[in-house]
Design a protein around this ligand. Structure first.
Ligand code: F6R
Length: 609
């Protein structure tokens, strides 16, 4: 989704804005622009395409100035084009605005402004804000922003500058992320922390509808009613390095290789070798609270939803509490049966996904207890939920989620174990067995990361196909969905995931020698059934690559290629089996020459519905 950066201070704004926008590229975009006040006049440069195009424009005409705003746009209203790119400006060009989000009532405002004589250049919803600000401007930019905000409905993070008041940058957010960076003689706004991390580690997280006024020497935050707001300063401890590629060709492969550490960090000090306690600092759910909960909903989108499917399985199996898993964009519109006896677990890497946050807010309205599993400290999800379980994956930059997924799986196990111990469903011996197996996962993942030759061979032989099938039973079915999603999003190969037993109820009609099949066979109690399913597709000509645990040589006998994975207990296999599936997607996408980290049409953080 769109990215915003804003700067005011002692240094030149343009290089800082461009550097920040580059750090936000991972969010996905199709055009970019900056507005800087140069010699008391706003100068705007913007264009369709990658930041390189904007850089070229800026080489031809430099924009020296100490205050500016920048934007990467992911088109929603109006095609990607120079005109539709941000910043947008008023007729006289005296003020400029960047926006992330969607103005839902923009048509109504546009028609009204047109009736007053305002002319629109672009097809965007954002341009109405520029003209609305112009309409409300009476010598006070802060007042103009407050009055304009009153008129608009929808989601927004806004950065506004005016050449009439060149000593301030005004910003505000609602349902779209925006942070403030605090420097010495300079201050910043940005959609995400990496954008400004080279300049400051001191951050303010903004709440909805808080108005921020940045000057060179200070930051003032007010409510829309003008009341001052006191804020806690977050000190960011991770460094900019961890958001850099560090010698890897792509962020995705770097993040795949970071998984042993991410998994270890997520378990660290929560489950421990010599302790039978599960320590979760930010969850205050008591045995009494849990007794009153008769149903759990896990709600999330995309990859996080796939982690939720594993969560359902393990919470039901270990804690014996019924769990429903829902896609966030569906959950909120189906009038779900939830009340104060429902526990809602939302899973979100970014903690800013619009649909997931709406589900969270709906649940809060209905008095449900909400636990957020998120990777971003201070994200909206972490602040609005009752309890938080952080995945300590570190910043995930590649659009395709990898280490966030495996740490989400670990969080699901931790929660399932925690509930099971709390409600007395699990004896300590069983806990120890699972805990010890979990603590071995980082080493096993490491081992899998070393064995990549077979996967590269598969990629080499199959990257030209246009369709692939993923099949599995039980937990393998859930991981198949994640494997197929990884492949389709970065390589643009059509990939279907099916519960293997479903094949013969329809989809097997598609199977022939042109469709490679990726078969997951890690669930020992379902192995015979799975071998039969593999044979069914082999008989129809498909070439099969199977993933199974060491020792299951029967699976190898019926497959064209086989990847053996270290043994573990059945419920933990998703953490292992997804690793070769991630690598396989990566190698196939690289073979096909795809832009692995920034797949077409996708955004890292989906902050609009
Ligand atoms: C796929 C992917 C997406 C996200 C989804 C939810 O690789 O990354 O499917 O998982 O958009 O995002 P978060 O977890 O930030 O809520």
């Amino acid at each position: 989704m769109c990215g915003i950066v804003g700067y005011i201070g002692k240094n030149e704004a343009t290089p800082i804005l461009m550097e920040g926008l580059e750090k936000l590229e991972y969010r996905g975009y199709d055009s970019a622009g900056v507005a800087v006040i140069v010699d008391d006049k706003i100068k705007i440069k913007k264009c369709k395409g990658r930041l390189k195009n904007l850089e070229k424009k800026l080489e031809k005409e430099k924009l020296p100035g100490n205050i500016g705003i920048g934007h990467t746009r992911w088109a929603t209203h109006g095609e990607p084009s120079d005109t539709n790119s941000h910043p947008h400006f008023n007729k006289s060009g005296t003020l400029a605005v960047v926006h992330n989000g969607i103005i839902e009532n923009y048509i109504y405002i546009k028609e009204w402004l047109e009736s007053l004589g305002y002319e629109f250049q672009s097809d965007t919803d954002t341009e109405v804000i520029a003209h609305l600000l112009d309409y409300n401007y009476d010598g006070d930019l802060i007042e103009a922003v407050s009055k304009s905000i009153d008129k608009i409905e929808g989601s927004y993070a806004l950065g506004v500058i005016s050449e009439i008041e060149p000593d301030k940058l005004v910003a505000i957010r609602k349902d779209s992320p925006l942070i403030v960076g605090l420097g010495e003689g300079e201050n910043f706004i940005a959609s995400d922390i990496p954008a400004i991390l080279n300049h400051t580690r001191k951050i303010y997280m903004l709440e909805d509808r808080e108005l921020v006024i940045l000057s060179k020497d200070g930051v003032e935050i007010k409510t829309l009613e003008g009341m001052p707001v006191e804020k806690e300063v977050y000190n960011i401890t991770w460094d900019a390095e961890s958001a850099e590629k560090g010698g890897y060709e792509h962020f995705m492969i770097k993040e795949i290789y970071e998984q042993p550490k991410a998994i270890r960090d997520t378990m660290n000090s929560r489950i421990m070798k010599d302790s039978d306690d599960i320590v979760i600092d930010d969850i205050n759910l008591t045995a009494e609270d849990l007794k009153n909960i008769n149903r759990v909903f896990i709600v999330a989108c995309g990859t996080a939803y796939h982690a939720g499917m594993v969560g359902k399985y393990v919470i039901e199996k270990l804690a014996r509490i019924p769990v429903e898993v829902d896609i966030a964009s569906e959950f909120r519109y189906r009038n779900p049966l939830i009340d104060e006896n429902t526990l809602l677990i939302i899973i979100s890497q970014s903690g800013e996904t619009a649909d997931t946050l709406s589900a969270l807010r709906l649940a809060k309205k209905k008095n449900c207890r909400v636990i957020a599993v998120t990777n971003v400290v201070g994200s909206s999800a972490s602040r609005e939920a009752d309890d938080v379980l952080y995945t300590w994956a570190g910043p995930e930059i590649a659009v395709a989620s990898t280490k966030a997924y495996t740490t989400q799986l670990i969080s699901m196990y931790i929660l399932a174990l925690y509930f099971a111990r709390l409600n007395g469903e699990m004896e300590v011996e069983e806990y120890r067995l699972i805990r010890d197996e979990m603590l071995e996962l980082p080493d096993k993942v490491n081992k899998l990361l070393e064995d990549k030759e077979e996967l590269q061979k598969f990629a080499n032989n199959n990257f030209g196909h246009m369709d692939m099938f993923y099949i599995g039973r039980g937990l393998d079915g859930a991981v198949s969905l994640e494997g197929a999603l990884k492949l389709k999003e970065i390589s643009y190969i059509h990939a279907e995931a099916y519960a293997a037993g479903e094949l013969k109820h329809g989809p097997i009609a598609l199977i022939d020698e042109d469709i490679p099949v990726i078969a997951l066979a890690t669930q020992n109690e379902l192995l015979d059934k799975m071998i039969s399913n593999i044979k069914e597709v082999v008989t129809r000509g498909a070439k099969v690559i199977s993933f199974t645990l060491e020792g299951n040589t029967d699976v190898g006998k019926v497959s064209d290629q086989v990847i053996y994975m270290p043994k573990t207990i059945s419920i933990l296999t998703p953490v292992l089996s997804v690793i070769p599936l991630q690598l396989l997607s990566y190698y196939v996408a690289v073979h096909r020459g795809c832009d692995v980290d920034k797949p077409k049409n996708l955004a890292k953080s989906v902050t609009v519905e």
